[in-house]
Design a protein around this ligand. Structure first.
Ligand code: FMN
Length: 330
């Protein structure tokens, strides 16, 4: 264990390995919360992030669900966007070149209605200049097909991952849903079928109603809860997945500060994704990156890799609360 107050001379090494994927730093933006990158161009340089995970892409464009599609709750947001997107061809022709120009590391989030559609997307994106990896979304709770239906059963999860694996040499990340009883089993099936990494979690199935109109607040009735409310669920899922499989895990769910991000990395997540917090503060992902760097300097650590997975589950007390206030990571 390094000293807690030393200051390393050089900037800490924030680079991380996720199987075959090497990232300059562990802070990514989550699919669906950063568009195709251009929406945030005025607020931050996407090239500074570990990676930009773009809005979920399907073979054909989709209009998504009818409005209302978003509702705020006291601790987060429920969305039922329904995977609206421009389709893979337009993504490759129009959106990808902009991200390439900005030197962003791009991970493309893909989803389909059938296993063949997932495979078709992998074929189209394979070898596409500027695509660093694919994130396979088998976890969206607010569309009837093409989402969570594949991610709630180990056999269907494996079928999707296996079909994508057969069609591309790109690093594969499989994104899991928390809306299952045993998330470790789904993770194991995805790993056995050839995924290189797991991201967890997608949104938590949720609902909101209005007592005056006596109607659901979302046209789709159900949606996916994200933001601060889901962080403890995401931490638990990340821990369970890390216990179940050896492959690298990316933590996602309710991350809005460097402290949140570091909590996932303490468990063993090798990277994190920032989602709903981007809507509150569009520059938050870079602030989180800077906070992680400050934390490493404060701890006298030269490499983020030296912090990842160092959780001590043996001794539960005392909490190091006296450190609060000494270091501002917000
Ligand atoms: C408006 C919105 C759209 C989303 N769209 C996608 C998507 O297209 N594909 C996907 O895999 N996840 C999607 N997600 C899920 C996020 O990527 C993330 O997993 C989830 O919101 C939890 O992280 P957070 O609490 O930091 O937002 C979406 C989330 C939100 C809020």
């Amino acid at each position: 264990m390094a000293e807690t107050t030393g200051t390393p001379a050089a900037a800490p090494d924030l680079s991380v390995r996720l199987g075959p994927l090497r990232l300059a730093n562990p802070v990514l933006v989550a699919s669906g919360t950063f568009g195709y990158g251009e929406e945030y161009a005025d607020f931050l340089d996407p090239g500074r992030l570990g990676a930009v995970i773009v809005k979920g892409i399907s073979l054909l464009p989709r209009p998504g669900n009818p409005p209302p599609r978003l509702v705020e709750t006291p601790a987060g947001m429920i969305n039922a966007i329904g995977l609206e997107n421009v389709g893979v061809d337009r993504f490759i022709d129009v959106k990808l070149p902009l991200l390439r120009q900005r030197r962003a590391t791009v991970i493309v989030n893909i989803f389909g209605n059938t296993v063949d559609e997932y495979a078709g997307l992998a074929s189209k994106l394979d070898g596409e200049d500027g695509v660093a990896a694919l994130e396979i979304n088998i976890s969206c709770p607010n569309v009837k097909q093409g989402g969570m239906v594949f991610g709630t059963d180990p056999a269907t999860a494996a079928a999707v991952v296996g079909a994508v694996r057969a069609r591309t040499a790109l690093p594969l990340i499989t994104k899991l849903t928390p809306n299952v009883t045993r998330i470790g089993e789904i993770a194991r099936a995805a790993v056995d079928a050839g995924t290189d990494a797991i991201s967890c979690i997608n949104t938590v199935a949720a609902m909101a109603v209005d007592i005056f109109s006596r109607r659901p607040k979302l046209a789709n009735v159900f949606g996916g809860l994200s933001g601060p409310a889901v962080k403890p669920i995401a931490l638990r899922c990340t821990y369970e997945v890390l216990q179940a499989v050896k492959c690298p895990v990316i933590g996602v769910g309710g991350i809005g500060t460097a402290t949140d991000a570091l909590e996932f990395m303490l468990l063993g997540a090798r990277a994190v994704q920032v989602g709903t917090a981007n809507f509150v503060n569009p520059g938050v992902s870079v602030e989180i990156l800077e906070g992680i760097e400050r934390f490493l300097r404060f701890q006298g650590l030269d490499r983020i890799e030296d912090f990842i997975g160092t959780l001590d589950t043996e001794c539960l007390f005392p909490f190091a609360e006296d450190a609060c206030g000494v270091l501002d990571l917000s």
